[in-house]
Design a protein around this ligand. Sequence first.
Ligand code: URA
Length: 205
Amino acid sequence: AAEALAPDHWSGPQDGFAAALAGCTRCPLHHGATQAVPGDGPATAALMIVGEQPGDLEDLQGRPFVGPAGQVLDAALQAAGVPRAEVYLTNAVKHFKYVTRGKRRIHQRPNTSEVHHCRWWLEAELARVRPRLVLALGATAALALTGDGAGVMRRRGTLERGRHGGDVLLSLHPAHILRTPDAAEQDRLRADLVADLAAAHRIAS
Ligand code: URA
């Protein structure tokens, strides 16, 4: 059964945003993806969190951060005391980009042109939600929001001015933690992500 959505929940069917996004052909990524994945959360959210793009499960389910990276993010949100239901979660790129290997679909990072074309939708979400703060997870989100995707690990935890005119806090992407082989380094990265989420929540409140 469909879960009951709060009246201010976005981007539900009531807005037309998801329907418009579903027909997007601004870049070639729509050819391979199952569906475009719109953002998810209250239209009145004070904090917007922006990831890279939907992964395999997000592409199938049509919701952001429901796969393995989403589980890392959920645990970090919980550790930081940030209720997921209060946050507007979205991605810099709305279609899943991948290559097929056997039966598996392997994630590929979106290129600058794909990020550029998809900014139209991210700008629409920013204009609608008007969050007090945006938290950018990883290089693709940093590129989309600030115009610069370089050196995110150096820039993390710092506030920057976004192209939309609002504040952007940079952090690392939860999938980066999953790709890190060393357990002690994973723990350090998790602690960084939790600290950035807590700081973002504080600044946005
Ligand atoms: N990674 C992202 O950046 N976004 C998602 O929605 C899932 C995985």
